[in-house]
Design a protein around this ligand. Sequence first.
Ligand code: UT7
Length: 326
Amino acid sequence: MNAAITGVAAYVPETTLTNADLEKMVDTNDEWITSRTGIKKRHILKEEGKATSDMGAEAVKELLKKTGTKAEEIDLIICATVTADMTFPDTANTISYKVGMKNAYGFDLSAACSGFLFALTTGAKFIETGTHKKVIIVGADMMSSIVDYTDRTTCVIFGDAAGAVLLEPDMDSQGVIDSVLKADGVGGKYLNRKGGGSLNPISQDVVDNRMQYLFQDGRPVFKAAVNGMTTAVKEVMNRNGLEPSDINWMVPHQANMRIINAVADFMDFPRERVMKNIQEYGNTTAATLPLCLRDYEDQLKKGDNLILTAFGGGFTWGATFLKWAY
Ligand code: UT7
């Protein structure tokens, strides 16, 4: 028995932050941002009192509506995020409460930009063992809550969004087939948020040193991302006897258009069969993969072979082979 994605939905905040807006905030320009990243705008959650769980709840409500599922039918919700509303309770719990999923338990999973991939694989196991029938996987991040809008090297990259998929049992060989997931703490120093955890609890010193914000040393992350995603995609394809011509769509984490194109080119994979929407949303961390699936849903057909791949803080990375089920 496989776990198949039987629906996908997403929520993107209305307020946008364009390259022109950023030109007024830091020393940058549209030409640099477009040529180095491919990003034209990002969506930012500006509403007072709203947080990651609100975006997640909107995505889940839409998912339940689209799939004709009642909130009480959901057994489990896993929320991939690095911008939880609070350290605890977990965001999955808060989303359940906001949506009225009274029979669901849940938990958050922290793997940065690989979070959705790790959570998808985790959720699929609950279905494959036969213990759970309806599992929701959310990827949601309010990156604007941890981005330093005086740091031009990071503030041009990230945006806010949430995406969600429903996983259900499939006896017809569709769904999640195989995953290669990896982690290596050597990357911790290149991409992190040092403040607010148990190592550096919130203090005046943390704030004075701007440690409450995301830090990234872009170049080593760029190289590791291209290498990590390419290696993971190759491994999952080899393991399943797949050639690029067998794959209908590659679904890469949307961190940088140059990274996306480099991975496709290394794989000899035609760029027109690679999902891309980074120009619209920037890097929304755990939300990029479900957001891609939502935007390309109309072009997907039952039985299509998809390779999802991601790379993020940790480092964490991986690739998943799945067959689209509807
Ligand atoms: O999703 C999680 C994983 N994250 C990633 O995969 C991100 C990986 N890294 C990247 O995407 C790229 O490294 C960045 C987009 C972050 C940066 O691009 P880059 O081509 O690696 O640029 P760089 O950091 O090497 O900087 C080149 C120059 C520097 O100036 P100097 O030192 O050569 O004079 C930067 O100060 O560009 C400068 N720069 C900017 N200039 C205008 C950096 N940010 C900006 C900016 N506008 N926003």
